[in-house]
Structures are given as C-alpha cells and as structure tokens.
Design a protein around this ligand. Sequence first.
Ligand SMILES: Cc1ncc(COP(=O)(O)O)c(C=O)c1O
Length: 401
Amino acid sequence: MIRETSIKAVFPEKRLPHYPEDLTPDRVKQVRTLHESVDGYAVTPLFHLPELAGRLGLKNLYVKDESFRFGLNAFKSLGATWALTRILGERLEQPVFLLDFSYFKQPVIREKIRDLVFVTATDGNHGRGLAWAAGQLGCRAVIYMPAGTVKSRVKNIEKEGARVCVTDMNYDDTVRLAADAARDNGWIIVQDTAWEGYEQIPAWIVQGYATMAGESLEQIQDAGFDLPTHVFIQAGVGSMAAAVVGYYANQLNQDCPLFFIMESDQADCMYKSALADDGRPRVVGGQLNTIMAGLACGEANPFAWEILRDFSTGFISCSDGVAVQGMQLLAKPGLGDEPIVSGESGALGPGLVHCLMTDPKFSDLKEKMKLNQTSSVLCFSTEGDTDPENYQKIIHGPKAY
Ligand SMILES: Cc1ncc(COP(=O)(O)O)c(C=O)c1O
C-alpha cells in the first residue's frame, strides 16, 4: 500500500573518519570551475521554507531544488560532465587545470573524439545526464536500463540522441551487462558506481556531484542562514550522498551537521550494512520494486559506502509512502513558502522529516535524531517530475497525511 509509512533506523557506532581527499575544498573548486564552463550552468535554487519549518517544529528547513540542473530535471549531469572531461583530458593528454568544457567543442578536437562511444546503466537520471553530456561533445552514448523502466524516462534519453536498451534485469545486473557490452565493443563505461578494478571514473562522478553540495553551503552562508544541524540524503549506490557528506565534513570539520542516509526499504543495502555493523557492505537482490526508481540499487559503491559508514549518524530505510508524503508536501508546502516539484527519489528527505515531526509513532526516533525547534534541516530534492504521469497521480491523489 503506497501510503503506508514505515521507517526503520539504525544508529551504528561512528568510526574514526578518514577525510576523503577527492573532496577537499581545492579539488571541489576545480570541479566547480569546469561546471561553470558548461553551457547552461546555473546555481540551482535553495529554498528556505520558514512556514513549513515552523509548522513542523523545526528552526529552519532548506531544500535544494535540482530539477533546474541544466534543464535535465535532476542533479546527475554534474557527475557525467566532470567524468567525461577527465576521461577526454587524459586521452588528449591535456592537464586538468587547462580544462574548460568548450575546449572539447572546437572542431579540431571534436574530430579526434567523435568516434568515442560512452556506455552506462541507469535508472534514468544518470543515463540522461551522460547522454546529454556526450551529445554536447558530439560523441555517442549507449544506455542500458533495468526492467520496468517507464517510457518517459526512455524517451528523455533518446531525445539526447542516445541508443537505449531496456533489459529484463534489475539495476545491478544491468550494470554488469553494460560493463560487458563496453568490454566487448571497445566502448567506454561511465558508471556511477565502482567495483574492483573500476574505481577512477566513479570517483570522478562522485567529485562531480560535490558541486551541488558546494553550492548549497555557499547559498546558506551567503544568505546569512544558520548552518544545517541535520542533513538528510537519499542513496541509491551512495555516490551522491558520499559527495555531500565528504564535502560538508571536509569544509565544516567540528561544525559538521549530523548526516542521515535514507534508502527505499526495497533496496536498503546501506541500512543492512549499518545494521550488520562490521564495516563491510551488504547486498540486496531481487526486483527492487519501489516508486523511488533512482534509489532502486541493491549494491553500494564501495568507495561511497566507506565515507557514509564513517561519517553518518543514522541509516534510515523508508517505505514508498514516505516519499509520497514528501512529494505532496513540497507541491503545497504552505502559505508563503515556495512550492517545489519533487519526484519520487527527490522528495524522500522532506517526507521523512514530515513523518518524524508529525507522527507520534515516530517520536522516539525524532528524539534520538535530536530533531527539535533548534534544528536546521537541509534536504536535496534531487529530481523533479521525471515520471510525470506518476507525479500527477500522486499530487492529485488522496492525501497521504
Ligand atoms: C533523483 C535521484 N536521487 C538520488 C539518487 C541516488 O544517487 P546515488 O545512486 O549516487 O546514491 C539518484 C540516482 O540515480 C537519483 O536519480
């Protein structure tokens, strides 16, 4: 039942953190400079929702809205653009500090790269970002998608000029298929998760996502708002969450907020890993059947898992109903607050915060997470209505709270 809200949480012992070198302020600045050179780059809005925060019993609620990112309705292109730049920079033996996205658009350079084919597996958003970035550079892209992918997501990727193959497998098996296809055809796999022997490109993708985190902190500081005390971040393979956690940890050190990692309860590999509490990642198999398509990943990026394991206060496994609350809440947040179009994987944070702050059955959890009138909560709405039909159905459907 889609409206049912079930939440399971685990608060493992924190480990001695090692600060991720890939996400130091200097490195993240370099990534941001590259992004600023991509056509259509603009800082995405960060909404301060005072009315809703007050109603929920929080001091502040900030929501960063990634539906505006490069006109692609999700944050994912940040990873693809930086990874492609690094891959091409290495191929063309161009030092990274000289890189500017427009460099690759020069006719003489385009001629050198036009036969390259980039391949990936995706629930939708990463594939769209990669197809778009490859198209910007005049390269080709082949995108594999898991069984059950909705038509609108396929169409959006095809619109960027990529070839799409929908498989009869779940996300994690589709990743393996894409890697095999790359090897067999001499294509370049640009995957947003790592495995043994394939680490560099996913690490670049994580770095690429740090632009979103960097913008958010800058926006909060520039507006003179309170620093976040709590950051709620949703995870599929965990790469985006690792970028946010790694960036904030490196920037704020002892002022670091509490980090809570949220997953779908149908693909909660990090929650299960934290529950086992032996430091090693666990895998969730099967259909991974959730409306949160972007979070339907049963195997964590091992590099991301280490960051999340060492810095996060809690891991939360959520039913689809929690995301539904978030979508409805952000669509009509309350008098004076800006409405936000937030899709299934984007709205989980506000949905979870809403459940915790308003449903008495979660009051112990709320207390454990130290959520109260002194809390400033930051969430990332990582996508807009990437499945517009389902979005409309949920927004105009029966109220979930
Ligand atoms: C909208 C959205 N939010 C969050 C995520 C999770 O990102 P990651 O797989 O890096 O954990 C994804 C992944 O595809 C996504 O599409």
